[in-house]
Design a protein around this ligand. Structure first.
Ligand SMILES: Nc1ncnc2c1ncn2[C@@H]1O[C@H](COP(=O)(O)OP(=O)(O)OP(=O)(O)O)[C@@H](O)[C@H]1O
Ligand SMILES: [Mg+2]
Length: 298
């Protein structure tokens, strides 16, 4: 079952330190080189283009955001727009600020200026200053955490109940958990198992499901495929596809597997050094030779 285990942070750091494999061993290039080359292909991205990609009807809109950690600014005047029921995938070199965008939407960063709004044009909410709990309760934004978010010694169903901890009563959380179990038989069959005995793919399913207990409108997903073997990667993308196209959820994801991410997403943004370098439809970025050379391994 070794191949089903999730990648540890040490393994991940080692892989990342290894740079990007551009074909043969000879052509591995460092993260610094990827950053420099991404900067070299960066385009002017007018706000009108972002609006058009979101069908001129954004449901999540980030305007001129400056945000970071402590006093350090990581995102510089970042703009992002995604329509209801659309998916957007962020790609870019390590350290570009992709996760920081998700953190900012969810309320984990310091926001120096700019705004984050959510909702249809006639019912906009400015959520810039809301705490993560308020984001989940009031704005319907869920952040799908990785790895360490699962409680290994709790059962699958106890983990799901935890997903409803913000609900008024435990009964409501349990009812919500049952709705999720009704959808994912694979989890329902394992409801009394301890989470630690789940395979990597099942654990990822539990992580996603737990976020669904609150029935969010917007899902923020950081590297859904990381550490999973191919058949589980496909399973995760099928689940996300159903959530987007079957349930109308809006999805903003970061994906190291840029090919998978861009094949999945309606919109792709390439980010470098906390700024937007390229924006386009997922298909367009897949066909962009420079994006291909730098991020698609070919
Ligand atoms: N909690 C934090 N405190 C301080 N700095 C942070 C924190 N998290 C990230 N950073 C810094 O912010 C920058 C952007 O990091 P971020 O995690 O957003 O990059 P990323 O594009 O998601 O990269 P990766 O592909 O490696 O996940 C990096 O320089 C990183 O060191
Ligand atoms: Mg990241």
């Amino acid at each position: 079952m070794a191949e089903e285990q999730q990648e540890t942070s040490a393994e991940r750091a080692k892989r990342k330190a290894g740079g990007y494999h551009m074909g043969g061993v000879e052509s591995v290039i460092s993260v610094e080189q990827v950053v420099a080359q991404t900067r070299a292909i960066a385009e002017e991205v007018p706000i009108e283009k972002l609006a058009a990609l979101a069908n001129n009807d954004p449901f999540v809109e980030i305007k001129d955001l400056k945000a970071g950690y402590g006093k350090m600014e990581i995102l510089h005047d970042l703009n992002l727009q995604v329509a209801k029921g659309q998916s957007l995938c962020l790609i870019g070199p390590n350290g570009a600020g992709k996760s920081t965008i998700l953190h900012s939407i969810y309320g984990f960063t310091n926001i120096f200026s700019g705004s984050i709004e959510i909702g249809p044009a006639d019912n906009r909410q400015n959520v810039t200053k809301l705490s993560p709990n308020q984001k989940l309760m009031k704005a319907g934004i869920a952040y799908i955490l990785q790895d360490k978010s699962i409680f290994p010694d709790m059962t699958v169903e106890e983990n799901l109940w935890m997903g409803g901890f913000l609900m008024d009563t435990p009964t409501k959380a349990r009812e919500a958990a049952e709705r999720v179990f009704a959808k994912y038989d694979r989890l329902a069959q394992r409801r009394t198992h301890k989470a630690k005995v789940l395979s990597g793919g099942e654990r990822r399913l539990l992580e996603i499901s737990r976020a669904l207990v609150m029935d969010p409108e917007v899902l923020l997903v950081d590297e859904p495929s990381i550490g999973l073997e191919p058949r589980f990667i496909d399973m995760v993308f099928e689940i996300l596809d159903d959530l987007q196209h079957g349930e109308g959820k809006t999805i903003i994801m970061v994906e190291q597997n840029a090919k998978k991410g861009l094949e999945f997403a309606d919109i792709g943004y390439v980010l470098v050094s906390g700024e937007l370098a390229i924006a386009g439809k997922g298909d367009e970025l897949l066909e962009n030779p420079e994006v291909g050379r730098l991020f698609l391994g070919g």
